[in-house]
Ligand binder design. Structure first.
Ligand code: GLY
Ligand code: MN
Ligand code: MN
Length: 449
């Protein structure tokens, strides 16, 4: 079966929508990602900037895309590196200015070195520049330089931009709603990631090292032309309680849980999946009790992820189940309301958090797409926004109990998170990452075959 891709026509349709939404008084400027030195002459693998990729599908650094509605010489202008036989011999083939027109649909193309000369012309006569100010300080300076240069010439009759608008307003709102092609790509990334999680469960046993388990993910990802969408977290025992643990260098012990947060990136779209399972293949009574609470919380949250619910509804559902579970297990005393409630502010005391946050200190999810924590507003004004078909979010409740917590030591060093990727559909939702098991009996059965 052929692998899903984003077709060229979809990139063109995205550009058309952006141009239409900008209107003739505005212009959008989107620089590409850059190369970053890793250790002297070696660079990190290049990853295109998500906004740039979304609009161009062009995977080279040192490029700038300009969208100028109504411009006679072409509305989609791409500045890129020129063809250069010597440079291409060392670092790979470049499309060049002719190539980006033929291969990538640019209406007009210029060498990147002409940016300083041409950008003031492109900005002239536009009131607003849509540009992601703050993301690239070096390019910010150039942009402000071009705008100031034009504004200084206002007396000569030059109409210069007087407003910089963040890309969120138009572009990030577009990116929030995934098309059928984007969904197919994300489903594929999630399926391969799910397979890798299952493989990890099958190879795990006491005495293996965390990095050996991480290697299974790299193997499954690379053989599908994917790479990790973020640094893989493989945390056994106490390390499962460190939210951003990425050292992955310790041995896995009999009797501990293992938390793995790993997802593949495919065609610049991410999966983001977490599973937690026993290193020896059998949940202890304490692990099982807490796992069931987190699993119930996750299911309650997924039940709230459908059209018409707000962004915050899944989180509130998860928190209630987690808090009730902690009460039922005797980890908390008091009432559900007390565990969920923010304590009164007392003069001269730092603001205190809701009690449940001692064991659940993050939110239940985030938008997912080209960026792992994807773009898109979570609120409309003061209100949480309403979930709509085409949005993709993660649902990832957890509980983390460390020896620093004043509870019965039998709960210590249990860290559990269960994370799935959920597409909002007309009918409700589709869990893109559903292929990887999460019921305790299914996990135990898989680990013992
Ligand atoms: N893997 C990053 C996150 O779960 O948000
Ligand atoms: Mn996540
Ligand atoms: Mn994650």
């Amino acid at each position: 079966m052929s692998k899903p891709i984003i077709p060229k026509e979809e990139y063109a349709a995205r550009r058309r929508r952006l141009l239409d939404k900008l209107g003739k008084d505005a212009i959008a400027v989107v620089p590409s990602g850059g190369l970053k030195v890793r250790n002297r002459d070696a660079e990190y693998p290049f990853r295109q900037d998500s906004d740039f990729h979304y609009l161009t599908g062009f995977n080279e650094p040192e490029a700038v895309a300009v969208f100028a509605p109504g411009r006679e010489e072409g509305e989609y202008v791409l500045f890129c590196r020129e063809k250069d036989e010597q440079a291409e011999r060392w670092s790979g083939i470049r499309a060049g200015t002719e190539g980006v027109k033929h291969l990538h649909g640019a209406d007009d193309a210029h060498p990147i070195n002409d940016l300083n000369t041409l950008m003031p012309q492109l900005l002239t006569g536009r009131d607003q520049v849509h540009y992601d100010l703050g993301a690239n300080p070096e390019f910010d300076q150039r942009m402000l330089g071009w705008i100031n240069h034009l504004r200084a010439r206002a007396r000569a009759g030059i109409r210069a931009p007087h407003m910089i608008v963040m890309l969120d307003r138009i572009l990030h709102e577009m990116r929030l709603f995934k098309s059928p092609a984007e969904i197919a790509v994300m489903r594929h990334a999630a399926q391969v990631s799910a397979r890798a999680h299952m493989r990890a469960m099958q190879v795990c046993k006491p005495g293996k090292y965390e990095y050996e388990i991480e290697a299974e993910f790299l193997y499954e990802f690379r053989r599908e032309r994917m790479e990790p969408a973020y640094t893989t977290i493989v945390g056994g025992g106490k390390n499962a309680c460190i939210l951003h643990y990425i050292e992955n260098n310790e041995a896995l012990h009999d009797g501990d849980l293992l938390l793995i947060d790993a997802g593949a990136e495919y065609e610049c779209y991410a999966a983001d999946i977490t599973r937690t399972f026993p290193v020896n293949g059998k949940f202890s009574p304490e692990q099982a009790a807490l796992y069931q609470v987190v699993l119930d919380a996750q299911k309650a949250a997924i039940d709230q992820a459908h059209p018409g619910k707000t962004w915050d509804d899944p989180h509130q559902a998860a928190v209630r189940v987690l808090a009730q579970g902690l009460l039922d297990l005797g980890i908390f005393s008091g009432t559900l309301e007390e565990v969920l409630k923010k304590p009164e502010v007392i003069a001269d005391e730092p603001e205190r958090e809701e009690p449940y946050r001692q064991f659940y200190m993050h939110k239940t999810g985030h938008w997912l797409g080209m960026d792992v924590h994807d773009v898109g507003d979570y609120k409309t004004g003061e209100e949480w926004r309403t979930l709509q078909p085409g949005m993709v979010l993660t649902v990832e409740p957890g509980l983390y109990i460390s020896p620093a917590d004043n509870v019965d030591p039998k709960w210590w060093n249990i860290g559990i998170r269960i994370e799935d990727d959920v597409l909002i559909t007309e009918a409700g939702n589709e869990v893109l990452s559903r292929d990887v098991v999460k019921e305790m009996d299914e996990i135990e059965a898989l680990m013992h075959v």
